[in-house]
Design a protein around this ligand. Sequence first.
Ligand SMILES: [Zn+2]
Length: 464
Amino acid sequence: MGILIQHGTVVNADSTVQVDVLIEGEKIAAVGADLPADGHTLVDATGLLVMPGGIDVHTHLDMPFGGTTSADDYLTGTRAAAIGGTTAVIDFALQSRGHTLAEALATWDAKAVGNACVDYSLHMAITDLGPNFETLDEMQAMLDRGVSTFKLFMAYPNVLMIDDGLMFRVFQRAAKLNALCLIHAENGSAIDVVVAQTLAAGHTAPVWHALSRSTRAEAEATHRAIALADMAGATVYIVHLSNEDSLRELKHAQERGVRALAETCTQYLVLSLEEQMPDESFEAAKYVFTPPLREKKNQARLWEALADGALCVVSTDHCPFRFGDQKSLGKDDFTKIPNGGPGIENRMQLMWHFGVNAGLISPERFVALTAAEPARVFGMDSKGAIAVGKDADILLWDPKADYTISSATQAMATDYSMFEGWQVKGNVARVFSRGELIVDAGRFIGEPGRGKFLKRRANAGELF
Ligand SMILES: [Zn+2]
C-alpha cells in the first residue's frame, strides 16, 4: 500500500501537467492521470502544485567562523530547510590547514549523523595541498566516498585562500577525475589591502564591510578562475555570484564555449546595499556576508540571467549568526563580524513570490533553479524531478497561501530574519522526504537524524 497524491498539478522543470503521483516506499512508483485508489492512503492536492523538494546546494551548518560557530546545527538547520520545502542540502566540509580531507569529512559527518532531518551531502573545501601536493591524491578517495565536488577560496588570505598555482593544480586533477570545482571568487589579496586602508581611515561600521569588497574584485576573480579552469580543461562553478560585473565575465566565457556554470543566492536577488545598509548603524551587521550586498541595480540583471540560463542554480549560502551575541563581536570593527546570514528556510517562498508571482521566471524555471538543476549539476541522480524511480521528495505547494516572514515564527536559530515582516504569497503545504510526510501545517513531524548522507557521482564532463 502506498500514498496516492490526487488532483494536484505536477510541475517539473520541463512540464506542468495534471496527474496523480503514487509513492511506494521511498520512491515515486507511478505518475499518471486517474491512478486507481487501490487501498492507498489518499492525499488530496486539489489547488496545490506538486513539485520536487528543493535542493539547497550551498549551506554552512555548525561551521566555525571568526571565533564562533554558525547558529544552526544540522538539526535546526535541516529542520528549517524542511519547513521551507527543501528536502536535500549540500553543506561544506572544510579542510583545516595541515590536516587531510579524510579528517575534514569525518568532522562534518559527525556533525550531521543523528541530527539531519533531510538528506544531505558534502562538498570538500580544499585549503592546503600539503608540501608534496598529497591532497591531490586524496581527491580520488573523496570521490569514492561520494564527495564529488571541491571548493576553493580565492578570498580570505592566510586562512582559506589558495594561490593561482595551487588552484590550477586542483583544476588539472579535477579534470582528470571528472569532478566539478566550486569557486569563491573574490580577489582576497586586493580586498585585504582595501580593508586595512578602510580601518586605518577610522571606518569601522558594518556597511564598510560591503564597501571594501567591490564588484570589480569579484569580477576579476570570476574571470581568473574561469580562465584557469579552462586552461586545465576543468569544469568550474562559481558560487554566490552577486553582481552584474561578475555576470559579464561569466557570460563572455559561456559565449566562447567555456565550461563555466554559476549560482546566485536569494539575498542578492531581493536585498540591496541601499535598502539594508543605508547608513553606519550596527543593524546593518545582520546583512554582513561575503560577497556583500550590492547596489539594487544588479538585481534585475541577476533575474534575467536566471531566466536565460546564464545562472543555473539559486542557493542560500545559509550561514546564520545571532545578532545579539555573535554579530555583536564586530561592534567596533566590521572585520570581526561573523560573515553570513540566515536563509535556508525562506528560499522557496522568496523565489516563488519575487520570481514567479512577479513574472520574472515561470513555475517550471522555479523548479529548475531550486531542484532540477541542483540535482543535475551536483550528480544527485535520485533527486530533482517528479518521475517514476526518483526519490519521493515531494513538495505540495500552495500558490495562494499568504505568509509573513518573521524571526518570531521561523525555525532557524537566529534572533532575527533578513526578511522581517515581509509578506509573501505562495508557501509550503506539505513535504514528503523519501516517501515520509515530514512537514504538515508548518511543523516538522519527522525524526531528527532521519536524513541520509547522499553519495554523489562525479559528472563534470556531462554538464555541457
Ligand atoms: Zn558559502
